[in-house]
Design a protein around this ligand. Structure first.
Ligand SMILES: Cc1cc2nc3c(=O)[nH]c(=O)nc-3n(C[C@H](O)[C@H](O)[C@H](O)COP(=O)(O)O)c2cc1C
Length: 186
């Protein structure tokens, strides 16, 4: 049957739309299957840790990772698959977790899921003028993750605001090495 001209136009456009939707969903399936996922979980009061996360994100993408930055981290970010996570977390108060990170820690302590398939890296931002509580949140988080069976890849990076004015000056080279030494082939 021959469709009227106007209908033909709509039918062609519809076919093109369906085709591009198919391609888009094939691409997202492809990315799920082929590209490993990396979650960056951020704990920040003033945005410094988020800035670090945004600066290092392209390094992971260049290494073939699909990167998600979690600004309000939840347990789902670390329990949904056996991916790799990077925590970037500052300290506030007297060794306290930043407000946006408190629900994550509370749920981890309350629900106590096994995190045995979680491998992670940790960048802690702090200020050594706070002496005893230097990088307190990052250190506590590291201990808590280990208690739940997660495995840290490499050493924790601690960035001291007294020594490093721009945190990404320390974070970027650390992440480059972390990718090379810990992620490739991990
Ligand atoms: C009110 C306040 C309390 C802080 N307490 C600590 C602390 O106990 N230990 C520490 O190492 N750094 C402490 N810091 C320093 C911050 O962790 C540091 O400046 C960090 O780079 C801030 O990162 P953010 O912008 O992601 O929050 C404190 C900073 C402020 C403003």
């Amino acid at each position: 049957m021959r469709l009227p001209d106007g209908l033909c136009y709509y039918s062609d456009s519809l076919a093109a739309l369906v085709e591009s939707l198919n391609q888009a969903s094939e691409y997202s399936e492809y990315r799920k299957v082929v590209m490993p996922q990396l979650n960056i979980l951020v704990g920040t009061m003033y945005g410094g840790a988020l800035d670090v996360a945004e600066q290092v994100k392209p390094l992971f993408e260049a290494a073939g990772y699909e990167v998600n930055i979690a600004e309000q981290p939840t347990l789902d970010d670390v329990t949904s698959d056996d991916g790799v996570s990077l925590f970037v977390i500052s300290t506030t108060g007297s060794g306290d977790y930043p407000g946006n990170f408190v629900p994550f820690v509370r749920n981890l302590s309350d629900q106590s899921p096994a995190l045995t398939s979680l491998r992670y890296g940790l960048i802690a931002l702090g200020d050594s003028s706070y002496a005893d509580t230097f990088c307190g949140a990052g250190r506590q988080l590291d201990a808590l993750l280990e208690e739940h069976g997660a495995r840290r890849l490499g050493e924790r990076l601690e960035i001291d605001a007294m020594e490093t004015f721009m945190a990404d000056d320390a974070a970027v080279p650390w992440v480059e090495t972390w990718i090379d030494e810990q992620l490739k082939g991990a």
